[in-house]
Design a protein around this ligand. Sequence first.
Ligand SMILES: [Zn+2]
Length: 133
Amino acid sequence: MLKELVVAHYAGDIPEGKKKKFRAELAKFTAVINTESQQAINTGRELEYHARDPLNRYRYTWGIRRDHRTTPQCLEIAQRVEEEKQLNREKGVRLDRLKSIVREVALKYDPDYPYRDWVPHYNCRSSLRRVVL
Ligand SMILES: [Zn+2]
């Protein structure tokens, strides 16, 4: 269904009655791509950071964009990281600690959400970041 609509869209040939359906299908498709991309990027970073930092000397943070699309989940993750940074007088948190904060917050907001590491919600734009010490 989506493929036919995309082909029709690029041909400028979506029938008037199918434009709403096209936008809805495209939004779903985009959400899948955004969610999967974010998960792959963050997982790649985790693997790279873990390889570079086997002794857990580095610190990490949750990079969010603050705008009208910022979710309560990502705001809370960023706030919790900030609180722990201040409490521990450090510039970030340990990688394993950040991983568990992301998971805890995601499941707090939606216990039925099919959580995967580093994806606190669908369409997430936030990212795992290493803090330069
Ligand atoms: Zn997010």
